[in-house]
Design a protein around this ligand. Structure first.
Ligand SMILES: Nc1nc2c(ncn2[C@@H]2O[C@H](COP(=O)(O)OP(=O)(O)OP(=O)(O)O)[C@@H](O)[C@H]2O)c(=O)[nH]1
Ligand SMILES: [Mg+2]
Length: 237
């Protein structure tokens, strides 16, 4: 009898098929104006970044699907806010990319209109996934976007900086790119932010992302005291 052949172990990046909380995500609607924004049903995660950075591809990979969000080689593909409800409530939101010069003017206005409304009004927004191409330094637009988030009033949401397309680099190039990124952004990466080397093609970085999303999607503690909570000590006379 032949000795059992040892199976080659899967590369670490291939092991997590999807973010468990994103399983079963579906497309609900595309929104171009404030009136179209759906009711808040639970925690939301928005995907932002330059056109062509890989926002839609990242949503697909993280949800373990291939055609949930529409990804394309043509920059400027996503031109509306696309809402993908999660089973437990809440949404993933795929935003139009910024910085695509050929986007028609009326579509560019989406950025200054409904997107601003989105960030101002969605109190259930738990975090922003900022998707970047790992091969390029963050652009002025990326920096401006994050500063703008901080100026909106309710305190800047945590940002998961997704250094995407890492499959295009060797291991040592990835490390160099990550270090360079951290040096370039030390003034804008916040204390609650996380930086992850990612590939929407291979799934590199999925596990680190899973940890972040678990934290973001954890229900906030109820402001009402629980019935069995310790009674407050009587106040002094
Ligand atoms: N090699 C590689 N290519 C990627 C990766 N992620 C996305 N791409 C490619 O980059 C292109 C743009 O991807 P999209 O997901 O459509 O980018 P987007 O940020 O949603 O773009 P807009 O909707 O135009 O803002 C497509 O050709 C993808 O296949 C990745 O991790 N690795
Ligand atoms: Mg897109």
């Amino acid at each position: 009898m032949n000795a059992p052949t040892k199976r080659p172990s899967l590369p670490a990046e291939a092991r997590l098929e999807r973010i468990p909380q994103f399983a079963g995500a579906v497309f609900e609607k595309s929104v171009v104006d404030r009136e179209g924004l759906p009711f808040i049903t639970g925690p939301e995660i928005a995907f932002a970044g330059r056109s062509n950075a890989g926002k839609s591809s990242s949503i697909n990979k993280l949800a373990g699907q291939t055609k949930l969000a529409y990804a394309s080689k043509m920059p400027g593909r996503t031109r509306e806010l696309n809402f993908f409800p999660l089973r437990a409530g809440g949404y993933l939101v795929d935003l139009p990319g910024y910085g695509f010069a050929r986007t028609p003017r009326d579509k560019q206005r989406v950025w200054t209109g409904v997107i601003e409304q989105y960030f101002r009004e969605r109190e259930a927004l738990r975090g922003v996934v900022l998707v970047l191409d790992v091969r390029h330094a963050p652009t002025d637009l990326d920096v401006q976007f994050v500063s703008w988030l901080g100026e909106l009033g309710a305190g800047r949401p945590p940002v998961l900086w997704l250094l995407n397309k890492a499959d295009k680099l060797t291991q040592s190039e990835r490390m160099k790119a990550r270090n360079a990124f951290c040096a370039q952004t030390k003034d804008i990466v916040g204390p609650d932010d996380v930086v992850v080397l990612f590939s929407a093609h291979t799934g590199l970085g999925m596990k680190e992302c899973a940890g972040v999303f678990t934290e973001w999607l954890t229900p906030l503690p109820d402001s009402e005291p629980a019935d069995d909570a310790e009674p407050l000590p009587p106040s002094a006379p």
